[in-house]
Design a protein around this ligand. Structure first.
Ligand code: TRP
Ligand code: MN
Length: 451
């Protein structure tokens, strides 16, 4: 072991001798390696110091002193990498964070699924489109969703394009969060017109007014309200660490501390399908110091989960591991408690979070892939209750959402019905909560975390 608890055999390429599932089949290997060399020479997107800061914030959440809000698109798309889209997603996450902080009495660690969420795992390498077999769409960083053989052929130039899109997104996020847009003086201004008309928009408006009044009062009695604490929002990025070549190329040694950091995002997560203990993903992530998420679905094996956590976090450092459970409203009661108990018994420090989206997906009669607000809320409620019953701490949530007024998930205060799904169904991947449904969810969670 080195001083940072890395197995001494780890290098940023040691994963290459292991089996890597879910990788695009790059037709031209030389081209692929050339792109990775270019990527490795480009500037990092985030810095080691920021990554360490996030880890410290997550360690607070492990102790119940903060709460993790992680969310964004299922998969980002190059064509939607625009200022309005980035702004709206950030806006709804900030609104949710303010609700959770104000109504839930807990500081919120804000982590977007953004600025790099361009790679998707698929159940099959190829699919039949109009009788023609072609590679499955694996996210904009690999190929295009267009059902043409040429468009579906993985192109390494897309890794570079993805890097540049992520850099542009990151730049705007930094500008928004540091340059005044994320200021608590703007809580009222974040409320979108279409949301204002709704019950949730009105609840939000009331809360925002109270915060504005409090700030005005502080101002009146001479307390400075221009401190960075009020004027700047702390915001972090994350994505699934799926395409290992890209992650390898973005991995840099910290000039201050000497450890390795994957500088493509602050936090990375490992999927339910790629967390094999002897696989390439676990090998790669074991050596970088970023906070790691791990998705756990209903087919998990307890001993394997424990072994993978120990492999990824041998020093049992708090804030390093976040478990993102996704069991479904109907199955969480069966699957979560044994996991909570086993991890607790083993004395492992993890942050318990709930992804109430992924195991609650179904097809509507119209053929739209959708999720029901009620099921999402119900899985969340169970998540809190089951943690309380076991004496563990429910420390965060993981959502697929957008600031847009989409119609992708049914239910919520406005009772979006299945036959309305076609109105504004924009996702090319999984259905997301819209802005109004997201605020409603935040108010519900706030009730849970304050109790
Ligand atoms: N700086 C604090 C934070 O980021 C408070 C804050 C400023 C904030 N702007 C915010 C909190 C927007 C939530 C949303 O947590
Ligand atoms: Mn998804």
């Amino acid at each position: 072991m080195s001083k940072n608890n890395q197995p001494s055999t780890w290098t940023k390429t040691s994963y290459r001798s292991k089996i890597a599932l879910q990788q695009p089949n790059w037709p031209d290997k030389e081209h692929y390696e050339r792109v990775l060399t270019t990527l490795a020479s480009l500037p990092p997107l985030v810095f080691a110091g920021e990554i360490r800061e996030l880890k410290a914030r997550l360690a607070q959440a492990v102790r119940g002193e903060a709460f993790l809000l992680q969310g964004g698109d299922c998969s980002e798309e190059f064509a939607r990498c625009t200022a309005p889209n980035i702004r709206e997603t950030l806006k709804v996450l900030l609104q949710m964070a303010v609700i959770l902080t104000y109504a839930g009495n807990k500081p919120v660690v804000k982590v977007g699924r953004i600025a790099g969420q361009y790679a998707k795992p698929r159940s099959s390498d190829t699919e039949l489109v109009n009788g023609l077999e072609m590679p499955s769409y694996r996210g904009d960083m690999a190929n295009s969703a267009e059902p043409e053989l040429s468009a579906r052929t993985p192109d390494p130039e897309r890794l570079l394009q993805g890097y540049h899109m992520s850099a542009a997104t990151m730049n705007l996020l930094r500008a928004f969060t540091r340059g005044g847009f994320g200021s608590l003086h703007r809580v009222q201004a974040w409320n979108q017109e279409f949301v204002k008309q709704s019950p949730m928009g009105r609840s939000y408006e009331r809360m925002a007014k109270q915060i504005s009044n409090a700030l005005k009062f502080m101002d009146t009695i001479g307390i400075a309200t221009d401190s960075p604490q009020l004027k700047e929002a702390q915001f972090f990025t994350s994505h699934e660490a799926l395409f290992l070549g890209y992650e390898e190329a973005m991995t840099r040694e910290d000039s201050v501390d000497g450890g390795w950091y994957d500088c493509s995002a602050h936090m990375l997560w490992i999927g339910d399908r790629t967390r094999q203990i002897d696989g390439a993903h676990v090998e790669f992530l074991s050596g970088v110091h970023n906070p790691l998420g791990m998705k756990v679905g209903p087919h998990y094996d307890t001993d394997t989960i424990l072994a993978v956590i120990e492999r990824l976090n041998p020093a049992n450092e708090s804030g390093r591991m976040t478990l993102i459970t996704r069991f479904g409203a109907n199955a969480i009661e069966k699957h979560l408690p044994p996991l909570l108990r086993a991890v607790k018994r083993a004395g492992l420090n993890v942050l318990w979070t709930c992804d109430p989206m992924h195991a609650n997906t179904f097809s509507s009669e119209s053929g739209h892939k959708t999720r029901d607000f009620e099921n999402i809320l119900s899985e969340l409620r169970c998540f809190f209750e089951l943690n309380w019953a076991e004496g563990t701490i429910p420390g965060g949530v993981h959502f697929e959402l957008t600031g847009d007024d989409v119609t992708e998930c049914i239910g919520g205060a406005r009772q979006l019905s299945p036959d309305q799904l076609g109105l504004r169904y924009l996702t090319t991947c999984d259905p997301r909560l819209n802005a109004e449904q997201s605020l409603e969810m935040a108010f519900q969670i706030a009730e849970m975390i304050r109790s």
